[in-house]
Design a protein around this ligand. Structure first.
Ligand code: AFP
Length: 335
């Protein structure tokens, strides 16, 4: 007999049972993120038919052009959590500061940071997109967290994960007990457990990087990327290049098949492009929980002390042997 599928809700109930005294707030938070994913996936499926492709004409806090779908995804996250109950702080990659929650509501104990639509340059060309989330716990009573209260190291996250809008919609997350992936079964509107306890291969044969930036990189970065293209039987090189323009999709590929994603710093922009709190930290924890590594090139991502909500950081993430080699090359050491 075929196994009966395990839904996200039943999985959450089982996980919750391991925490006596848990009142279900955390399970509801993950389920609500799943709901956001369903709503956004529904818009994406029909995007070209309902006039939601293209740009709004505005720019976001990062100075980047805002796509209509960026705005829709951001609003969906905010509406889903605005009434408090599950969270006491909401911070989005698209917004300057934390979202002010209404006065006099009952707030939950979690702080949610999110990138509502990752890879938004893919919106108009029907390519994969994602959303990334990071959950922190607020311990203080009597006041709501301010911006600076969200400046916590990645190692303090209590949950992290992503939604992937690809050929199917997936929710992948960790709470520090492995990484589990759920695929949305659209005909019944349920996420079903499809990838239990994901483990990343110790080495891969794929690298993802925007090589158009090659001339902007420091010598260590150039040396490392060059080395991936050299024939070498022992490491399976040359590696294949695969870069989608969507971090979530690229990280998902290497989580399942191994390899490395790099968004290096540049000589004139050593901090790189990606955001520490909304992108690097949550994905670093997911990948570490699957047995991988995530580094700035000089230190573990999860140990970086954040100084600002929108801080950027260079990112090398993926199979442990690959990331270790990247670190060595960037630091001018031999593997
Ligand atoms: P957007 O969401 O602004 O398109 O940025 C996507 C992203 O943060 C990440 O998902 C990609 O891997 C990376 O930036 C792409 O950046 P480049 O266009 O500079 O390669």
């Amino acid at each position: 007999m075929v196994d009966f599928p395990l839904t996200l809700s039943r999985f959450l109930i089982r996980q919750q049972a391991a925490f006596p005294g848990a009142i279900g707030e955390f399970s509801s938070l993950i389920a609500q993120i799943g709901l956001v994913g369903k709503l956004i996936a529904q818009d994406l499926r029909r995007a070209a038919l309902i006039n939601i492709l293209g740009s709004t004409g505005g720019t976001n806090v990062q100075g980047e052009a805002v796509k209509k779908l960026d705005e829709i995804a951001n609003d969906t996250f905010i509406k889903a959590f605005y009434q408090g109950e599950l969270v006491c702080a909401l911070a989005s990659e698209e917004m300057d500061h934390t979202v002010p929650l209404p006065q006099n509501i009952r707030t939950g104990k979690y702080m949610l940071l999110f990138d509502p639509l990752d890879g938004s340059s893919n919106t108009d060309v029907n390519m994969p997109l994602g959303a990334i989330f990071s959950v922190l716990k607020w311990q203080e009573q009597g006041r709501l967290p301010a911006d600076e209260d969200l400046l916590r190291k990645g190692s303090e996250q209590v949950a992290a994960g992503y939604l992937l809008y690809g050929s199917s919609t997936m929710l992948v997350y960790t709470t520090g007990q492995g990484v589990h992936g759920f695929t949305l079964e659209p005909s019944i509107g349920e996420y079903l457990l499809s990838h239990e306890k994901i483990r990343i291969p110790s080495r891969g044969t794929v690298y993802a990087v925007n090589e158009g930036n090659y001339h902007k990189w420091a010598q260590g970065t150039k040396t490392y990327i060059d080395s991936l293209k050299v024939r070498d039987k022992s490491t399976g090189r040359p590696y294949s290049g695969r870069y989608s323009g969507c971090l979530v999709a690229d990280v998902h590929r290497l989580l399942l098949g191994g390899g490395i994603y790099c968004y290096p710093g540049e000589v004139d922009k050593p901090e790189g492009k990606l955001r520490l709190l909304y992108e690097a930290n949550p994905l670093a924890w997911v990948v570490e929980q699957a047995g991988g590594k995530a580094s700035t090139g000089t230190m573990r991502i999860l140990d970086v002390e954040p100084k600002a909500l929108h801080q950027r950081v260079p990112l090398f993430i993926g199979s442990p042997e690959d990331v270790r080699e990247a670190d060595h090359a960037l630091q001018g050491r031999h593997s």
